[in-house]
Design a protein around this ligand. Structure first.
Ligand code: AP5
Length: 194
């Protein structure tokens, strides 16, 4: 099993690149943002609670997302591997993920961090907001999401760097060029299936 964390600030291209990686390497995609939005659209109690945080650009409490991840991993026992998109986002989440994977006798093998200048992130997300219908793609909420990223999520990069698992990848080239840079790192661990 090969497990990858795709790391980076809001709008850095985690979702976009995950799609390509999933197709090329046959990995299972777990995006906590997508899972939370699904809960919101189904009006579940978890979704109603999470929406309060998401609409303000704040992180949803750790226990909520860790519980979701754990159930999702259990649902796909024969996965070739997982790509974690938007998770972990705090040090506590990173430690919890290590414990979950250790229990399954596996681990995080590689963390690829997309690096995109902030003005570019804001431009991309405002552009997406014009068509996505995402309630957090407004300039005010985007600014809060980026602040939250610097405050709580960036330390996760140091956590993985200390284990020698972190690789930085420039993310402001075209989608195809960025994918090629990511693939160079992944190919050291896993052969493409397509
Ligand atoms: P989440 O859904 O994870 O949002 P995010 O991290 O803010 O990331 P985005 O989906 O906005 O951006 P992305 O990096 O995936 O970029 P994308 O590929 O879409 O989280 C939303 C909320 O849920 C959080 O604020 C929080 O409240 C909650 N949450 C989620 N996970 C949580 C967790 N673990 N703990 C606690 N709370 C959690 O690209 C963006 C745009 O750019 C697109 O329009 C795309 O087409 C474009 N684009 C992508 N690549 C390129 C390129 N190379 N060139 C030009 N345009 C590009």
């Amino acid at each position: 099993m090969f497990n990858l964390v795709l790391f980076g600030p809001p709008g850095s291209g985690k979702g976009t690149q995950s799609e390509n990686i999933v197709k090329t390497y046959n990995l299972q995609h777990i995006s906590t943002g997508d899972l939370l939005r699904e809960e919101v659209s189904r009006h579940t109690p978890l979704g109603t609670e999470a929406k309060k945080y998401m609409d303000q650009g704040m992180l949803v409490p750790d226990e909520v997302v860790i519980g979701m991840i754990s159930s999702r991993i259990d649902e796909i026992p024969d996965a070739r591997g997982f790509i974690f998109d938007g998770f972990p986002r705090t040090r506590h989440q990173a430690e919890a993920l290590d414990k979950l994977l250790e229990f399954k006798q596996t681990k995080i093998h590689l963390v690829l961090a997309l690096d995109v200048p902030e003005p570019q992130l804001i431009k991309r997300l405002i552009g997406r907001g014009e068509t996505s219908g995402r309630s957090d793609d407004t300039e005010e909420v985007i600014t809060k999401r980026i602040k939250e990223y610097h405050l709580k999520t960036q330390p996760v990069a140091d956590y993985y760097s200390a284990y020698g698992k972190l690789e930085q990848v420039t993310g402001d080239h075209t989608v195809a060029e960025t994918f090629a840079s990511l693939a160079k790192h992944i190919n050291k661990y896993l052969l493409p299936v397509t």
